[in-house]
Structure formats: C-alpha cells, structure tokens
Design a protein around this ligand. Structure first.
Ligand code: ATP
Length: 224
C-alpha cells in the first residue's frame, strides 16, 4: 500500500475538521477525493503532507508511520503536493519557480529532474524563461504541477488541479496526470465533483463534512 490512513482526526484551532478518516491507495494507483467546498479536502491533503498535525490516528506511507514526521521529512520520502492556489512567484521565471523546491530542499540533481518534467510537458519548456506572471492561469497550473514533481515522484497530492482551467488545458492536464500514473506514481486528486477525474482514477472516495466514505468507484474493488 502506498498511502494508508487510519482513524485520522484533525482539528484546527480547537475546531474538529476531519473525523475518523480511513482511506488507502495501493502503490501506483490513482484515487479521487470528491467533495464540495469546505468538505475538508485541503485539510486532509495538508495533514498527509504534514502541514497540519493529527489529533488522533495514523498516516502510513509504504508501511512506515509518517504521522509524526515534519513535512520536509515527508517531502524527502518523495511525497509532494500541488496546492489549489498555484503559489508561483510572479517575478521569477518558470524554470526558476520549478527549481525552487530543489534549492529549498538541497536536491542536487534539480536540473536533471527539471529535464524530466520538461520531457513530460514539453510545452512548459517552451516558456521556461518567461516570468510566471506572463502565463495564463491554466499554464500556471501546469507549471505548479511540474514544480510539485521536482521534489516528489512517488506520491503526489493534487488539490483541485482542474479548478479554473480552460477546457483545452484541462484536457492536457488530464493527459499529463495519466502519464504520471503510467510512470508508476501514486496519485490523489481532490475535486469538487468527479467531472475530470472520473475517467482517470481507479477508485474514488467521497468527503462530506469532514468524513470520508467510498465513492462512485468503490475503493474496496480496487483493493481486491
Ligand atoms: P475548498 O475547496 O473550499 O478549499 P475543501 O474541501 O478543501 O474546500 P477545507 O479547505 O479543507 O475544505 O476546509 C474544511 C473545513 O475546515 C471548512 O469548514 C473550513 O471552513 C474549515 N477550515 C479550514 N481552515 C480553517 C482554519 N484555518 N480555521 C478554521 N477553520 C478552517
């Protein structure tokens, strides 16, 4: 199993946000996390990444309990996160934005990894020297995905990757995500509905008011 979450509770400032979450994703599979705004998708992703701490329960990655590890240690295990807002630095070029996590985490082969990202998404190599602020919102999403792939290439957590992306780029983003699965990555895609992820994922989980249950594609079927 790549990711295995058991009985997870998360509170923010004393308010209970996630309750008794049980969710797992087998290695190399893609799962959807579907829920309305405010359901708890971002909170769950941030908890997996170690940006929020659990008040109860466990998070295991490839059999290792990571619930107490700080987020940089989880990143070192090659877990990465594409936030919902793109958070690119507008005045830096596309390639500088993508190399930021390599610089921040002292990753020596950042340039090599960047080449891999460019081979996956040749279109961003074409605007690699442009400043991030010159790109459209959809192009910025591709760059944000590329940046998430620099530190982590095992488990990638995508928070609403299709949100606000024009249809042509959304199709392209779907292709790239399918390519990631083909490369053997494990992927979790959060979406408010499954309009983009339905055809991509092996299983879906529904999140509603901080609780998770099996979705339209029953995860227990993919675990069998
Ligand atoms: P969205 O797409 O709107 O971000 P989401 O499913 O990702 O939705 P979360 O952002 O995880 O939902 O929010 C889940 C719940 O936690 C919401 O009710 C939200 O108001 C609450 N919440 C999130 N962050 C905080 C915070 N810092 N303080 C208090 N409540 C918070």
């Amino acid at each position: 199993m790549s990711l295995e979450i058991a009985n997870l509770d998360v509170s923010i400032e004393g308010i209970s946000i996630l309750r008794d979450i049980n969710l797992s994703i087998p290695q190399g599979q893609m799962a959807g996390l579907i829920g309305h705004n405010g359901a708890g998708k971002t909170t769950l992703i941030r908890a997996i990444m170690g940006l929020l701490s659990a008040t109860r329960g466990s998070i295991a990655f490839k059999g290792q309990d990571i619930s107490k590890l700080p987020s940089h240690r989880r990143a070192n295990l090659r877990i990465s996160y594409m936030p919902e807002d793109r958070r690119l630095i507008p005045d830096l070029t596309v390639s500088e934005n993508m190399l930021m996590p390599a610089w921040a985490n002292n990753i020596k082969d950042g340039e090599e990894r960047l080449k891999w990202v460019y081979s996956l998404m040749p279109e961003i190599a074409d605007f690699g020297e442009r400043k991030a602020l010159q790109l459209s919102g959809g192009q910025q999403k591709l760059v944000a995905l590329g940046r998430a792939l620099i530190p982590g290439r095992e488990l990638i957590l995508l928070d609403e990757p299709f949100e606000g992306v024009a249809p042509v780029l959304a199709r392209r983003l779907s292709e790239v995500i399918a390519d990631l699965r083909a490369e053997g990555l494990t992927v979790l895609i959060a979406e408010s509905d499954d309009s983009h992820s339905a055809d991509l994922v092996d299983a879906t989980w529904r999140i509603e008011r901080g609780s998770v249950s099996a979705g339209r594609k029953d995860p227990s079927a993919s675990l069998a």
